[in-house]
Write a protein that binds this ligand. Structure first.
Ligand SMILES: [Ca+2]
Ligand SMILES: [Ca+2]
Length: 156
């Protein structure tokens, strides 16, 4: 090959790049959970960053605390191991209690009243509360949701 004076000796001197950190490049589709659900990584993209400045998408990561989510949990830990190095990062999530409309981690008549007021159009539920109040997930707040919340309170 004409002009090919490439010397390959440098490769032996090169220190292999090591993983320095991982980052969530793309958030998972689902970040809002209810108590008892499991974290779902669908849609999440995680990349590893290396000491030589390169970056690569990884799939061999582990979710440490993604099962049976508890109230007040605000993130899950993502762990990745490569060679002798272990790196971690976190993904933010919210976990709410089913029927807890106002987000105080308890289902009480206060939540029930909020839903009632919304149905009779005295007071509109704000976005976050609306989602929590919509127990049957049909994007509407109706007496069906109200009854379900009532049942949660009764069963306590
Ligand atoms: Ca509440
Ligand atoms: Ca509903």
């Amino acid at each position: 090959m004409k002009g090919n004076f490439y010397v390959r000796a440098y490769t032996t001197d090169k220190i292999p790049a090591e993983v320095t950190e991982i980052r969530v490049k793309k958030e998972p589709k689902k970040v809002e959970y209810e108590v008892g659900e499991n974290f779902d990584k669908t849609g999440m993209k995680v990349v590893a960053l290396y000491s030589d400045g390169t970056e690569k998408e990884i799939s061999g990561f582990e979710i440490l605390d993604g099962n049976n989510l508890t109230a007040n949990k605000t993130d899950v830990t993502i762990k990745y191991k490569e060679d002798y190095f272990t790196v971690e990062t976190k993904q933010s999530i919210t976990v709410s209690i089913k029927g807890d409309v106002n987000g105080d981690n308890d289902v009480t008549t206060t939540d029930l009243m909020k839903v009632k007021k919304h149905i009779v159009e005295i007071e509109q539920l704000e976005d976050k509360s609306f989602k929590r109040a919509d127990i049957n997930k049909d994007s509407k707040i109706t007496s069906t949701d109200l009854i379900q919340i009532k049942l949660i309170i009764v069963k306590k």
